[in-house]
Design a protein around this ligand. Structure first.
Ligand code: 13P
Ligand code: SF4
Length: 325
């Protein structure tokens, strides 16, 4: 007999207590996971807040429902905790597109530059950097470096890099990486959508292409997008970001109408349709399986040498974000 959601949540909640575990989930995961994380005292947030929450949590075990770099970030910051993921194959196109051998060659070409990498990278790439940033704090950190006359190597997201470069005027050399989800928003289709909803504001994640960012009324991280929904007076908001955000943004701002920006055009070519295939590998079923069967199997392990090196730039970001810099 099929069990209902309430019963499954109850079972997971009991297992979480038994295992001294907390769920740390990203806004792009399925709504049920976000609901479960909230219900069991976990967190649902953007990548910066996920990292901070994991570090502060008193639980011995963290279940990171997101993509691999988020699990690795939690482990880098909290080596004393076990970090587990519902699916270890949940990757990110930015992480996949920035391998250590090529990145090392790239950095060697510009030895005098400060290496700033996006959190959407492996622990090995972080270990090669001077700074790690997330989209919510990238502009502040790059501005800080600029004031200190630093020239920058930026990796891996080219769109985010371009956005920061334009905003700050920093001297940045950009790695050519892309998010397969944000890349798919179509400029002409968005312009057409704006004709149908002329009063709507457009909010975009900075991983979106330059053309989308130019149209956007607000550009920010997932958390900043949610917060901005209350600040803008528009009753309708078009979101150029992953669909999973709808769950929290609607909860936060129930009086408004949210629409996802189009990923199709006349050729109707849409691979992701604003859904991250890796984020969607996390499910209630996989969390239950993790708690029951895959406990040891799905743990994140990092080489201690790499972890220690990656901790330095990551800690700089956390300290910067808490004004401790
Ligand atoms: P945020 O830091 O804005 O949550 O972004 C993470 C991410 O992977 C966006 O695609
Ligand atoms: Fe990576 Fe894009 Fe998925 Fe975010 S949405 S995890 S950047 S592939």
């Amino acid at each position: 007999m099929k069990r209902n959601k309430k019963e499954i949540f109850k079972e997971i909640s009991t297992l979480l207590k038994k295992r001294n575990a907390t769920i740390v989930a990203h806004y792009y995961t399925n709504p049920e996971i976000q609901e479960l994380a909230d219900l069991t005292g976990g967190c649902v947030s953007d990548s910066l807040e996920m990292a901070k929450f994991g570090k502060k949590s008193s639980s011995k075990n963290l279940i990171v429902a997101g993509v691999r770099f988020m699990g690795e970030t939690a482990k880098i910051l909290s080596p004393e905790k076990n970090v587990l993921m519902p699916n270890l194959e949940a990757e990110c196109s930015l992480d996949i597109g920035c391998k250590k051998e090529e990145f090392s060659k790239f950095c060697k070409k510009y030895p005098k530059r400060e290496v700033v990498v996006y959190a959407n990278t492996s622990a090995s790439i972080k270990a090669m950097s001077n700074w790690v940033v997330t989209s919510s704090i990238a502009i502040q950190i790059v501005s800080f470096l600029m004031k200190r006359k630093k020239k920058i190597i930026w990796a891996p997201d080219k769109n985010l890099g371009m956005f920061i470069k334009k905003k700050t005027g920093a001297d940045m050399i950009l790695w050519d990486g892309k998010c397969i989800v944000h890349e798919e928003f179509k400029i002409d289709s968005l312009k057409n959508m704006k004709k149908i909803y002329p009063k709507a504001a457009v909010f975009a994640h900075p991983e979106s292409s330059e053309g989308i960012i130019q149209i956007a009324d607000f550009v920010g991280s997932t958390k900043q997008i949610i917060q901005a929904s209350k600040v803008f007076s528009n009753r309708e908001i078009i979101l150029a970001t992953e669909k999973g955000i709808l769950f929290k943004i609607k909860q936060f701002c129930p009086e408004k109408k949210f629409l996802i920006a189009p990923t199709y055009d006349n050729n109707i070519n849409c691979k992701s349709c604003a859904e991250c295939p890796w984020m969607k590998m996390n499910s209630i079923k996989s969390i239950l399986k993790l708690l029951k069967k895959n406990w040891k199997k799905n743990e994140i392990h990092l080489e201690e040498k790499i972890r220690k090196k990656a901790l330095i730039p990551l800690k700089k970001m956390i300290n910067f974000s808490t004004k401790n810099y």
